[in-house]
Write a protein that binds this ligand. Sequence first.
Ligand code: ATP
Ligand code: MG
Length: 245
Amino acid sequence: MKDVIVIKIGGVAAQKLSTSFIEQVKNWVDNGKKIILVHGGGVVINQLLLERHLPSRKIKGLRVTNQSDIPIIKKALLDIVGQGLTQQFNQADIDSIQLVSHLGQTVSADYIDKSIYGYVGQVTDIHSSYLEQLLDDHIIPVLASLGENADGQLLNINADYLAAAVAKKFQAEKLILMTDTQGVLEDKKVLPQILTSQVPQKIQKGIIKDGMIPKIESAVQTVLSGVSQVWIGNSLSAGTLIAEG
Ligand SMILES: Nc1ncnc2c1ncn2[C@@H]1O[C@H](COP(=O)(O)OP(=O)(O)OP(=O)(O)O)[C@@H](O)[C@H]1O
Ligand SMILES: [Mg+2]
């Protein structure tokens, strides 16, 4: 859909949106852009698990999730990070709505591999009607990285994968994966651009690792699906451009 911009924001950046972030979002909304916000919450989840003396374990950048972790993850994402985001938007006079009861029916998911990752999902479908309704009303939908499987079980989804699925579904004009680094780094320098064909080698060499693996994989999938502008960085206006080639 023309004019759709999907922004994924990590847990750290979501806690306090910068003035430049707020200004840019306002500017886009005023110019008729339709923004969808997807957020993770890694740091807050880690904190809640730590307080409960529960381990945090990741494989290939994905959080291994026990069934008993799900209520904790839900609390971190919905009650802390997502609510904090909508509050900050509302204070800045930006209309936004956090998906809570509509989230499960909007994001369909299935286990990636229950024996390895537990209750971690991959997106199987995005049902866009509620999102479209909000966008038509000039309201920013705020989505936590959760989905529901066919049995109604809530699954933890990496927020980068969810943002990619949303960007693909809407054929967005832009996907911005905002994180806590200025972009994809190599030898401590930000790469201005990465071609999709260069990615496997950078992972193999260990240049791209941990949480950057799902992020770059999401970026590549999205670019290959026809979304022309996919960025990774710590602002809405600069970073690493992922390009087809
Ligand atoms: N080549 C690289 N360039 C930049 N960061 C990298 C690279 N390789 C690995 N990383 C790591 O990836 C991290 C970003 O991913 P991470 O999953 O931790 O955060 P996020 O996705 O922004 O937030 P959340 O997981 O809460 O949604 C960086 O902080 C850095 O440690
Ligand atoms: Mg991450």
